[in-house]
Design a protein. Structure first.
Length: 273
């Protein structure tokens, strides 16, 4: 089996910029999924904040082999870059019929960086069925800044997705996405393993850019989501344009002239002439 990272293309990265997450269904082999449930039965080793991956996860460990799978490694390198640091890792367990759900929230939104973002990997070693609850995600919310559980009062939003997936699925999320673990109404313990990665290089053109000018890129970035009305959706598209300008290294990229119009400051230009 090839060990070469499978980089994302421009349309896939644009989709991540638009919706705030990327799904890799069933990319982890069955034998690793079985091993994961055994590993997760024991206590996870602690990892200090900001530890490079090779030091955080020893060679041969489950976590190291997970992040080195070609599809996972390629997607991580495309989004966060080579040589990321591990912010933290944690195992989330939902007991059978526990009767409660995690409030809708965004993780640690004191983080308002406009030119960088962390990526959170979520790994599901077992099939997640509808009655097991899964992780609820609201696509396109990652650039609408809220602090922690400001959104916790909301039970459901239009367009939300509740993850059901085959065993071995990995999701990569922008650190700002609104999400929450749903109630487990099944008779099976549900496991989700999370790793948060911090970039150590500028997040500029890290993916396969052969299709950078393809129409699909603009189509992905211009999409709208049901939770916000058409007028307020313009704010989300503007935020995506600004992020895409950074990621693509193209300061002139725009959709419908919105960013160009807002950046037009003749007085500022005159003062620097």
């Amino acid at each position: 089996m090839s060990t070469t990272p499978q980089l994302l293309n421009s349309a896939q990265v644009a989709r991540f910029v638009a919706q705030g997450f990327l799904r890799l269904d069933g990319v982890v082999p069955a034998e690793m999924n079985a091993e994961a449930l055994e590993v997760f039965a024991a206590e996870l080793p602690s990892v200090p904040y900001g530890t490079p991956v090779p030091k955080a996860f020893p060679e041969g460990s489950l976590a190291r082999r997970l992040v080195e799978l070609p599809a996972v490694a390629g997607a991580l390198e495309s989004l966060v870059g080579p040589g990321p640091e591990v912010d933290h890792h944690a195992l989330h367990i939902r007991e059978p019929r526990e009767g409660s759900a995690q409030p809708l929230h965004a993780d640690a939104l004191i983080d308002l960086r406009p030119d960088a973002f962390d990526v959170q990997l979520m790994y599901y070693p077992q099939e997640v069925t509808a009655d097991m609850g899964g992780t609820l995600v609201v696509p396109g919310t990652h650039l609408r800044r809220v602090n922690e559980s400001d959104t916790g009062r909301y039970q459901n939003l239009r367009g939300q997705t509740r993850l059901t997936c085959p065993a071995g699925t990995v999701m990569l999320l922008h650190h700002g996405i609104w999400h929450g673990g749903r109630r487990n109404d099944s008779d099976t313990v549900r496991h989700m393993y999370k790793i948060r990665f911090n970039p150590t290089v500028p997040q500029v053109r890290l993916w396969d850019t052969a299709d950078l000018d393809a129409p699909a890129v603009r189509e992905e970035l211009a999409r709208s989501f049901p939770w916000c009305e058409q007028a307020t959706a313009r704010l989300e598209i503007l935020n995506r344009v600004r992020l895409w300008r950074t990621l693509s290294g193209d300061p002139d990229f725009d959709i419908d002239h919105w960013a160009t119009r807002i950046d037009n400051r003749p007085a500022a230009l005159r003062s620097t002439a």
